[in-house]
Ligand binder design. Structure first.
Ligand code: FES
Length: 110
């Protein structure tokens, strides 16, 4: 997808209408793989598409509430703050998401 810059560090990454509920979608932005998730409550979350354990592709994980379970070894990761839930540990990078109409933007921090 062609990226569209909207404001400071905000990049359009997808259309809301093309994002299925609770099914992750991988997008590539500036060479980085990012996982998008539309939660059952309608909120959209974005994380790096790489589990902090052994780089499992989080977009292929099972979404439950505001968490995703990594498809490789089932670690439970918060889509709010990226924290791996106990008893495991670690953190995946999250991105601020803005939805305007049907457009989903994320804010790149670096
Ligand atoms: S790679 Fe995600 S739990 Fe191991």
């Amino acid at each position: 997808m062609k990226t569209v810059v909207k404001g400071r560090n905000q990049v359009k990454v997808a259309n809301l209408s093309e994002l299925p509920v609770e099914i992750g979608k991988k997008v590539i932005v500036n060479g980085k793989a990012i996982a998008l998730f539309k939660l059952a409550n309608g909120k959209v979350r974005a994380t790096a598409n790489s589990c902090p354990h052994k780089q499992g592709p989080l977009a292929e994980g099972i979404v439950s509430g505001d968490h995703v379970f990594c498809p490789l070894h089932d670690r439970k990761i918060s889509l709010e703050d990226g924290l791996v839930q106990k008893p495991d540990f670690g953190c995946v990078k999250t991105y601020e998401v803005t939805v305007m109409g049907d457009d989903i933007y994320i804010r790149l921090r670096d």
